[in-house]
Design a binder for this molecule. Structure first.
Ligand SMILES: NC(=O)CCC(=O)C(=O)O
Length: 270
């Protein structure tokens, strides 16, 4: 946390059902859930959306469905952020740039300005992502009112190198929008908890719910603190999962167990 930072951040995770290949319906549905989130008594400072919330994994039609340059997505999310004075970590959408399609997150500040763009770097072969999408090439951090945040998307969480890179760049919270299905709930909870403990950072993970073809997405969106304790967890139904980050806690945890001072990077294989 840096000087003048907000000591706490209320988070709302939009654990939504996503209709495969229906960007219009999904946009309206998520907008309605976001309106509900900001009308809660405990107003969120940050709204988080799931992965590929505009199209779902309609990869065989992704060329026609992806948002050209993300223009429509950016316009809508920026407008919402500004209208309600809320940060948005916009999950991810299928973004078309030239003839390439990326799985991309946009982040907006309270003024509606875009503060980050991150494209998923590790494409998930079990869902054929590598056949249809291009991988991002750059790790991304962004500022949330003095709390430095790192971007990752779903399968990225299996690669501790990315979260460690983000932590070394100063990130104290890792965002993980996802479309993570059964039967890998155990992996989801274990990997997210490990990333929180090993990097002494918050992990904020928003997963979709519902069936798409043969695949059942289980929700269980999670807010995990830098000790690895679960602050909030969704069930398997559509819901808005909420919790509060104490922005001083990552620093306290680092002070108690000096993991980052005790690293021996010169001994690690490259
Ligand atoms: N959308 C994804 O990246 C899914 C990742 C996943 O399910 C996994 O087990 O990893």
């Amino acid at each position: 946390m840096t000087g003048g930072a907000k000591p706490q951040l209320n988070i709302a995770l939009i654990q939504a059902y996503i209709e495969i290949g229906e960007p219009g319906a999904n946009t309206n549905h998520l907008a309605a859930m976001m309106e509900k989130a900001v009308s809660a008594e405990e107003r969120p400072d940050v709204i988080v959306l799931p992965e590929m919330w505009n199209t779902g994994y309609a990869l065989d039609r992704i060329g026609e469905l992806a948002d050209p340059n993300g223009e429509e997505t950016k316009r809508r999310l920026s407008d919402f952020a500004k209208r309600h004075g809320v940060h948005i970590v916009g999950g991810s959408v299928a973004e078309k740039i030239g003839d390439r399609i990326y799985n991309t997150m946009y982040v907006f500040g309270r003024d509606g300005e875009i503060t980050a763009r991150y494209s998923k770097m590790h494409l998930f072969r079990l869902m054929d992502e590598e056949k249809f999408l291009h991988a991002g090439e750059e790790a991304v951090t962004f500022d949330l009112e003095g709390l430095k945040a790192g971007a990752s998307i779903c399968y990225d969480v299996r690669f501790p190198e990315l979260s460690r890179t983000l932590a070394l760049a100063g990130a104290n919270v890792l965002f993980v929008p996802a479309e993570w299905p059964h039967p890998r709930l155990h992996h989801w909870r274990t990997l997210l908890t490990a990333r929180a403990i090993e990097n002494q950072m918050y992990v904020v993970a928003c997963n979709r719910v519902g069936r798409s073809g043969e695949t059942e997405f289980f929700g269980h969106s999670l807010l995990i603190d830098p000790w690895g304790e679960v602050i909030a967890e969704g069930g398997e139904e559509e819901s808005i999962v909420t919790g509060t980050l104490d922005c001083t806690l990552p620093g306290e945890v680092k002070g108690r167990i000096p993991v980052f001072e005790d690293r021996r990077p010169h001994l690690y294989f490259k």
